[in-house]
Ligand binder design. Structure first.
Ligand SMILES: [Zn+2]
Length: 251
């Protein structure tokens, strides 16, 4: 896909969405396989691993979705850390050289969350309103369902079903799909090689190829795919690599 540079157009920015955050109360989140029904367990265990998570064998060597097959979990984390540092350098570079560009195409989804700056092209901040709980952060963990060691390459926010999800930056909808792990998924391409990933959605409200404003209402959260409680899995790519979103959401 060719990326179209896009930019703020004051005429199309308007805040119409209700920004009340009171619905973002903490949710309970199943922690172990014992929290699942038998049927759910069978379904989930036969799924294998999500494409955004690295899996390791008993010796701690990466066997799938690795930066390099066979490297240890520590080396894998080193690689991911380097990618994150490169991402931060690109962000600094972007801040120095930032210039508004032209919208090259019809915007399909306008800003409806005013908390996200209308000129934002790098995915800073959270794709949600309020201050939702993070139930699983980025990094090494024992997967709550499979009980295997993995690197969780994203952040899980605990949000009730049907919570509004907003794009933190201007972009173009790269992919809308459904699979057994991510469930209903959505990926949005931004500038400077960044993309954002959203999983376990109830539904996407945008379509592949849509140009979207920062703060556009892109999806409703859900509990689809390999998920045992309502939550949003949020990831950030730099080029093809998932990086640590922590520094971005804390901006
Ligand atoms: Zn996750």
């Amino acid at each position: 896909m060719v990326y179209l540079p896009i930019v703020a157009n004051a005429a199309v920015l308007s805040g119409q969405e209700n920004t009340n955050n009171s619905f973002l109360s903490a949710q309970t989140f199943p922690k172990t396989v014992n929290d699942l029904s038998f049927t759910e367990r069978v379904e989930l265990l036969k799924d294998g691993y999500a494409p955004w998570e690295s899996e390791y064998d008993n010796n701690g060597n990466c066997v799938s979705n690795c930066a390099y097959v066979g490297i240890t979990i520590e080396k894998e984390l080193d690689v991911l850390q380097r990618n994150t540092e490169i991402a931060n350098i690109r962000v600094q570079d972007y801040k120095i050289k930032y210039q508004p560009a032209q919208i090259l195409g019809k915007v399909r989804c306008y800003q409806s969350n005013n908390a996200i700056p209308s000129n934002q092209t790098i995915p800073f901040g959270e794709p949600l309103i309020g201050n939702p709980n993070i139930v699983s952060g980025y990094g090494k963990r024992i997967h709550p369902i499979t009980k295997k060691l993995e690197v969780h390459k994203g952040i899980d926010f605990s949000v009730p079903n049907d919570t509004n999800i907003y794009s933190p930056a201007r972009g173009i909808v790269d992919t809308v799909w459904t699979d057994s792990t991510c469930g209903n998924g959505l990926r949005i391409q931004h500038e400077k090689g960044f993309s954002t990933l959203y999983c376990h959605l109830d539904k996407s409200l945008v379509k592949k190829g849509d140009l979207i404003e920062p703060g556009c209402l892109i999806a409703k959260s859900g509990n689809t795919g390999r998920s045992t409680g309502p939550h949003l899995h949020y990831g950030i790519y730099l080029d093809k690599n998932l990086i640590d979103p922590t520094g971005f959401i804390n901006q």
